[in-house]
Design a protein around this ligand. Structure first.
Ligand code: CMP
Length: 140
């Protein structure tokens, strides 16, 4: 087991429904610490750059439009095996396939409006954290 950091985004469907606290409670109940957090309204250019890895996918345009449709909350989570642990408690990308008790099973509206994003590897986590936060903003 290793202490890791991962990048989390509470998406516009979560801020619209005012359920960011409910999601944070599930994050903390899982033993992850929110060591940085801020609310942003992304520009189209910021959303496109963040999701550049998906630029060739058919859903890229709609994904970016959704991500700028309202505010998001970006977070750094820290804990034992934080990358895998957060993906575990988020549940499957498509909420129809998400296990009982996961964030997406409880809260997601659709594969697009799926309430949360979490980094998929430690390497991507480092890049995604650096995209949104300076070292001074991360207080472990
Ligand atoms: P996320 O973990 O933020 O990474 C990329 C996002 O694209 C994903 O969550 C989904 O919300 C979104 N998305 C929209 N349509 C699809 C799709 N058909 N397959 C996978 N991801 C999709």
């Amino acid at each position: 087991m290793k202490t890791e950091k991962t990048l989390s985004i509470l998406k516009p469907d979560a801020t619209r429904r005012n359920i960011t606290g409910k999601i944070n409670a599930k994050i903390e109940a899982a033993g992850l610490r929110i060591i940085a957090q801020k609310r942003l309204h992304l520009s189209l250019a910021q959303a496109q750059a963040f999701y550049a890895i998906h630029a060739e996918r058919a859903f890229f345009g709609e994904l970016c439009q959704f991500m700028i449709s309202g505010p998001v909350v970006v977070q750094v989570l820290q804990g034992e095996d934080a990358v895998a642990k957060y993906r575990d408690i988020m549940g499957a990308t498509n909420p129809a396939n998400a296990k009982e008790g996961t964030i997406r099973q409880e809260f997601a509206e659709s594969i697009e409006a799926n309430s949360v994003h979490g980094s998929d590897s430690a390497e991507n986590a480092a890049n995604e954290i650096a995209y949104f936060f300076s070292d001074l903003e991360i207080v472990g």
